[in-house]
Ligand binder design. Structure first.
Ligand SMILES: Nc1ncnc2c1ncn2[C@@H]1O[C@H](COP(=O)(O)OP(=O)(O)OP(=O)(O)O)[C@@H](O)[C@H]1O
Ligand SMILES: [Mg+2]
Length: 258
């Protein structure tokens, strides 16, 4: 047995300010298997981004333990085992698509790629942007910019990809296409993915496990294994099995509100 890619035990995060204390996460436990795809689903403010930041070593938990790829979050980050994609593609406008993908080689202190790692050009091809290497962000659509951000996060072959509502700002048609693309990219790279969304459909379509979070305080409402075929396309969303799972997720979400 390999160590889980993410193993979280009793994690709480409290933010203290002069006026009040916000419990962003309370007693959160879950694990993600290596090569797995887990969606974090929950309403606004339930602590999804906070949880992703704990995994990425951007926030230390107030209580609890967490291991990432068998290491502490700090070790995993220093080991360059993590890739992060944000809601906003956050590309540098004066750099081409290819130069944006190459950016971590310049700012991250890593001068060269590990042997065998995909090149920036290959990563752009992987995300469907072959031929767009020399285009600037303003010449790309929102969906294409998110693809560039995904290619950049994949540079160096991270074993764990953390994605915080990467398609939240896109129209439904583009989002659907990128959902299918992401399943393919996941299969091709073998990376473990932790994906934040507040869309039930997106959460279920993408993942093999969904962690439903409830708000105030942020806590686990349910953890479900998604028992759908590994090989899936968007039409699966019309099947009885999918509809039943989505309905269950909505029930979990409903129980978390008060
Ligand atoms: N740095 C911070 N300082 C103080 N409070 C914070 C901080 N970051 C988050 N919070 C609080 O923690 C709670 C959870 O925030 P978080 O951003 O994790 O929610 P979320 O589930 O990602 O929401 P959304 O879907 O809107 O992105 C919120 O009440 C928020 O106000
Ligand atoms: Mg968030």
């Amino acid at each position: 047995m390999h160590a889980p890619a993410v193993d979280c035990h009793g994690v709480s995060v409290r933010f203290l300010s002069e006026r009040r204390t916000v419990t962003a996460l309370e007693d959160v436990s879950f694990s993600v298997q290596p090569g797995g795809f887990t969606s974090l689903l929950g309403p606004s403010g339930c602590g999804k981004s906070t949880l992703l930041r704990v995994v990425a070593d951007l926030i230390a938990p107030s209580e609890g333990q967490i291991s990432v790829l068998g290491l502490s979050p700090e070790e995993a980050r220093k080991d360059r085992s993590l890739g992060f994609v944000f809601q906003d593609a956050a590309l540098l406008p004066w750099r081409t698509a290819l130069q944006n993908v190459e950016l971590p080689l310049e700012v991250g202190g890593r001068r060269s790629l590990p042997t065998g790692a995909a090149t920036p050009r290959e990563l752009l091809a992987l995300v469907g942007l072959a031929g767009w290497e020399n285009s600037y962000p303003h010449e790309l659509s929102g969906g294409m910019r998110q693809r560039v951000a995904i290619a950049r996060a994949l540079l160096g072959g991270p074993r764990l990809l953390l994605m915080d509502e990467p398609f939240g700002a896109l129209d439904e048609i583009t989002r659907d296409r990128l959902n299918e693309e992401l399943r393919r990219i996941w299969a091709e790279t073998g990376a473990t993915i932790l994906f934040v969304t507040h869309s039930v459909y997106e959460a279920v379509f993408l993942a093999d496990q969904v962690l439903v979070l409830a708000a105030n305080p942020g806590r686990v409402a349910a953890v479900e294994t998604i028992d759908l075929p590994r090989d899936r396309d968007l039409l699966i969303r019309d099947t009885a099995a999918f509809v039943a799972i989505a309905a269950r997720m909505r029930t979990h979400l409903g129980k978390g509100t008060h």
